[in-house]
Design a protein around this ligand. Structure first.
Ligand code: FES
Ligand code: FES
Length: 160
C-alpha cells in the first residue's frame, strides 16, 4: 500500500506492506539507520522516534498507522547536531558503545519538549523503558538535566 507521511520535515510516500514496522521503513526503505533495532518487541527503546511529537517504539508501529503522521528520527532532531541534548551528551561523554543512545536521546527530547525542568523522578520515569547494556544511566540522567538548563530551542515539532 502507499503511505504518505512526513519524515524529519520532508514529505515522503512509501509503497510497502501496511503491516511493515515503521522501523523497517526508516532503516531499509528510507536509509535512515540512526534508529536502532534492539528487541523488536517494544521492550528496549532502541527504536524510539517521535510520531506527532510523542515518543513511539517504531519496531511495533505499523506503517499503515503512520499515514499523515509527522515522524522525527535522530537524524532530524537538529539540522546540525546542536540540540541541547546532543550538546549535553557530548559534554558529559554519555555514550559507551552508543547503540542505545539514539533511542535514549529521542525519549529525552520528547520529555524536555513537554517538561522543561524535569525532576530526577520524571527523567527516570520517561526513560525507564530505554535499556542500556553498558549501564550509562547515571550519565544519561545528568545529561538530561544539563540540557534542561540550556536555553536553546528544543522543539520537536518538525519544520517544513
Ligand atoms: S527494538 Fe523497539 S523497543 Fe526494542
Ligand atoms: S551505550 Fe551501549 S547499550 Fe547503551
Amino acid at each position: 500500500m502507499s503511505v504518505s507521511l512526513t519524515i524529519n520535515g520532508t514529505p515522503v510516500s512509501v509503497d510497502v506492506p501496511g503491516e511493515m514496522p515503521l522501523l523497517w521503513v526508516l532503516r531499509d526503505v528510507l536509509d535512515l539507520p540512526g534508529t536502532k533495532f534492539g528487541c523488536g518487541r517494544a521492550l528496549c527503546g532502541a527504536c524510539t522516534v517521535h510520531v506527532n511529537g510523542s515518543a513511539v517504539r517504531s519496531c511495533t508501529a505499523q506503517i499503515a498507522e503512520a499515514e499523515g503522521a509527522e515522524v522525527k528520527t535522530i537524524e532530524g532532531l537538529s539540522p546540525d547536531g546542536s540540540h541541547p541534548l546532543q550538546r549535553a551528551w557530548k559534554a558529559l561523554d554519555v555514550a559507551q558503545c552508543g547503540y542505545c543512545q539514539p533511542g535514549q536521546i529521542m525519549a529525552a527530547a520528547a520529555l524536555l519538549a513537554r517538561t522543561t525542568k524535569p525532576t530526577d523522578a520524571q527523567i527516570d520515569a520517561a526513560l525507564s523503558g530505554n535499556l542500556c547494556r553498558c549501564a550509562t544511566y547515571l550519565r544519561i540522567r545528568e545529561a538530561v538535566k544539563l540540557a534542561a538548563t540550556d536555553s536553546a530551542p528544543r522543539s520537536i515539532i518538525p519544520t517544513r
